[in-house]
Design a protein around this ligand. Structure first.
Ligand code: NAD
Length: 372
């Protein structure tokens, strides 16, 4: 049995999800390598100590550089706000340690590419947390497409809509900090772009539209001071793929009522696949050539015949959840570190996703199609 020392930076929404995954993964998948929760870093010592205790880490620190230098840390895991990804990842790469970083990888495509290049030059493995790609239902969608079961790809229609910024009194947070990159188009648009690339391949050209719906927000919780919002609340883009298919994506964090609409329709010459993350355990597939009067989509529920499901549960239709996708993601990381299949998306793939984000924003600002 091998031990992999985990150094986690950040213990918010994602830090907690990563910790749950690292704790569960070896038991669920019967891994030879067992993650050991060595060290947790956060913004100050009390926060770090509280989180370390709650999440099961042996030690806590308020110094992320000390975490990277710590000899017991074999994998640096970054779950901090976006502005911090680049300096933290570059420091980990310089120390020769593999890096697992949350999305979006960086504030700009140029920064993301710099990080990917640094990792390549140092021979360091990298992993980015586009966890929705790890859903067994997305693996099934990809398999159906690659098998040619829906024919040649014609169209992709994707959306990631949530409503966590709908209330104009929701205060300013790091998600609105332009230093961390663009707004909804980067925060959740990057997810649907990752899905578009996963299923359809390279994006070659975009025509974007971005809108700031709430121009000012309270500077902090309960504050009467208003602060300008300089990033987008919603974005749309027409897309042309390298394989000749066309499509569109939308991203919005002000979509009232939408909690987790990461949804897509992929249409080919012989059928269509439809999916919505709000019903993450099912996929709809339509095949042409059905008997007239009986045509329709069929619903396939996730089950042990789909990748990674059986490790959680032997019975179909019993449903996986959000943190299970993180556990599958972490399993793929541990496999890659042990010499197994390369992990995707790595920093290079995340840089390509970020390039599409940047192209959408540039296109919207300059009002013309932009090559990615
Ligand atoms: N993959 C997904 O589905 C998903 C979902 C949500 C967020 N994210 C991404 O995860 C990252 C974090 O988002 P979140 O929602 O967990 O944020 P969060 O605000 O809940 O947590 C951020 C954490 O980072 C800590 N932190 C801030 N500055 C720090 C510093 N200098 N040193 C150490 N720790 C510091 C904070 O104290 C907090 O614990 C973002 O990049 C976000 O885009 C991904």
């Amino acid at each position: 049995m091998q031990r992999l020392g985990i150094g986690l930076i950040g213990s918010g929404f994602m830090g907690r999800s990563h910790a749950i995954a690292f704790r569960a993964v070896a038991g669920i998948f019967g891994l030879e390598t067992v993650p050991v929760l060595e060290l947790l870093a956060d913004i100050n010592r009390p926060t770090a100590e509280r989180a370390a205790k709650a999440l099961g880490f042996a030690r806590a620190t308020d110094d992320w550089q000390a975490l990277i230098a710590d000899p017991a840390v074999g994998l640096v895991d970054i779950t901090t706000p976006n502005t911090l990804h680049k300096p933290m990842a570059l420091a980990a790469i310089a120390a020769g340690k593999p890096v697992y970083c949350e999305k979006p990888l960086a504030a700009t495509a140029a920064d993301a590419q710099e990080m990917a290049d640094a990792a390549k030059a140092a021979g360091v493995q990298t992993f980015v947390g586009f966890n929705y790609l790890k859903n067994p239902m997305l693996a099934l969608a990809r398999e159906v497409i690659l098998n040619g079961e829906i024919g040649d790809l014609v169209s992709f229609r994707g959306i990631h809509a949530e409503d966590y910024m709908t209330d104009p009194l929701n205060p300013w947070t790091w998600r609105l900090d332009p230093a961390g990159g663009h707004g909804a188009v980067a925060d959740i648009g990057s997810h649907i772009l990752s899905v578009a690339r996963f299923l359809m391949g390279d994006i070659v050209e975009v025509s974007g539209q971005i809108v700031t719906v709430v121009p000012k927000r309270p500077a902090g919780p309960g504050s009467h001071e208003l602060r300008d919002v300089l990033v987008d609340d919603q974005a749309r883009a027409l897309i042309r793929f390298a394989n000749g298919a066309t499509g569109s994506i939308e991203a919005s964090w002000v979509a009232a009522g939408r909690k987790m609409t990461l949804a897509f329709e992929v249409t080919g010459t012989k059928g269509t696949i439809a999916f919505d993350q709000e019903r993450m355990n099912e996929i709809q597939i339509y095949f042409t050539g059905q008997r007239r009067g009986r045509e329709g989509f069929k619903t396939i529920l996730s089950g042990p015949d789909h990748p990674n499901y059986r490790d959680f549960c032997p019975a179909p239709g019993h449903h996986l959840g959000f943190n299970d996708m993180k556990t599958i993601e972490v399993k793929a990381i541990i496999d890659a570190l042990a010499g197994g299949p390369a992990f995707m998306p790595d920093f290079q793939e995340a840089a390509r996703i970020q390039a599409a984000v940047d192209a959408i924003v540039l296109s919207a600002r300059e009002r013309h199609w932009v090559t990615v």
